[in-house]
Design a protein around this ligand. Sequence first.
Ligand code: ADP
Length: 698
Amino acid sequence: MENNLISKLFGKQVPLEIRSFHVAMGFFFATIVAVLVEAVTVMLPVPFYVVTGFTVLSVVAAYGFAVRTGRYNLCAFGISLLLNLLELPLAYFIDGRMISSALIYYSLAFYFIMFNISGIYRIISLFCFFLSYILSVTGMYLLHRDYTGFRKEPFSIVSDVLVPLLICVAYACVSVLFRMRMYEEEIRTAEDERIRAEKADQSKDVFMMNMSHEMRTPMNAVMSAAGLIYDKDVAPEVKRHVGYVRNACENLISTVDDLLVFSEMEGDKMEFVREEYDLEALLEEIVNMISVRLMETEVAFYVHIDPMLPKTLFGDGQKLRQLFINILNNAVKYTVAGYVELNVSVKKILGDELTLMAQVSDTGIGIREEEIPRLFQAFERVDDKLHDTIRIEGSGLGLSISRTIAEGMGGGITVESEYNRGSTFSFEVRQQIIDAQPLSAIRDTASLSVLLFEEEGKRADSLERAFRECGVDCLTARNDVAFRNHCRNERFTHIFISLDHYIEFRGILAELKGRIVVLQDIDQTMVLEPHMERMLRPVSCLTLARYFNHKDSKAGAGNGSKLRFRCPDARVLVIDDNKTNLFVAQGLLGRYGMSVVTAVSGSEALNLLDERGFDMVFIDYMMPEMDGIDTLKAIRSCSYSWVAEVPCVVLTADAAEGAKQMLMTAGFDDYISKPIQVDQLTSTIRRLIDPDLIKRLD
Ligand code: ADP
């Protein structure tokens, strides 16, 4: 019963404010008891009993009010006013002495204010307290010679000093100890919470990494198999459908990447790796991906890349790629007609530091001015019912991730938009320059003279600009009369013409001396006459440089996955416990003409390595029994140098940056993330395989 009452008043379930109030009430009633005890021993004046009785009744009423309404702060404020402005000064004057218990009880009122009242009520209470105290002491000092009050009894050291002092000190000690205990409890709870949250955060990270791995592994099989079909000689219809499959896979993977980055961002753990990367390959891959995404839409894609951009940079290429993809994907998603335009340029070069600037403009749905400030917040999406003609899906993460990446790379991101007309997202990042050689310098531009036939205004402007930026002399015919005139009167080394015009003017073209380059969209698969060349849109200085420098004269943008060499004499070993992945890897590597041997475990691979030599080994990281690192260690510790020194590349679906660094530190020669990108595979093979085994396909 007793325990019950104590638990009701002071139990942990009772809020701190109320428990503290109950402590104060306990001491208030202890004071009343002390006064009553004093009244039994010493006869106190009658008005004293009246005032005390009134105070007790008022406090009980205030407490009742607090219990019913829960407004303990207000109730404590009322009690403090009652004590400070009425009870204590009256008791002091009734007592009629300079040294009376009332003066000491003032300190009880002071503690009461400090421990039980908060906010503006505390300030008012303190003001009243000091006013009342000062007035009482000054008033009594002025009166004390002839004023003895109502009290007739002599001064008592016990009831006037010791008892009130004891009560006040006890109250102060109990309140301080009580607060300290609460404080320690809070610290302990907060620490427990922190540890729990940290554990939950770690499990979330592991979960995210596992999920990313689980999704990338099957995606690897789907995308690589789709890539193999795409590169076979299949019907255009099949190619188109395979294109959709690759498109959907890439979408899914970029969502998985976004989620991974977001989980890093949430825990303030976003790390930027610092490594060398090929800017040309990065831009080419992005342009490719977006061209495929725009296939069979009414949206044109224009690309302008500053040819003076350095070829190789140092920084976080993977994050930069994600930044480009997020912004471009949005432009594609929110545009149904018109165009998407990408501009990449050098903003500033300071020593070996480059500030790269990119702009993505579209003629899409646009954004209302008032919506712009919230776009960059996580999970914020503009829910626009007006545009229900476009199926717009999204997580609302893309822009917040993009902003974090851009700012983390020393830059920023801005947007300008006009509702219903389009948007322009601009961002800049700072990266270090490793190889200042320009991305796409064309050799011997003086010997080139180009005739461009393009009737559509924006297309013609964009092509003209690409030629101009590359320093190639180009004359543009914007209608058929001009085209015929130029063909009749002048000589050109090259004639660039769109597929539609090529069909229409085939006769004239057959008589011309220059090389004919037919500009096609990625989904235009018409077979050309043997002497015609094909260039895929969008045409940028990357495409032009590759074409004119004869690196890849038959292929244009969009053919980043075309092989430029073969290694028919090379032998490679692939180790993966997943048979589908082995089959896919075999298909991908087979394209380089290599002989590919497979193993489903590290131990099987070691036996194979002992038996015969290989030029390169690809090892899956996640395998039962011996994982990728164990297998690598076993290979490196082999006594035959031709086994121990073989280039080893790890294949993993774990896209987290930390994982990559961990694997490279373990001693792999390179890292390829699944789904395997042909460009990445090509550059890894070219870098690691014995150069004598490479046969170029120029
Ligand atoms: P998501 O696209 O997944 O919704 P984002 O963070 O990438 O998330 O974009 C947030 C919002 O910004 C989108 O919901 C969209 O309303 C708006 N937005 C982004 N890019 C564009 C764009 N190019 N054109 C129009 N609206 C855009």
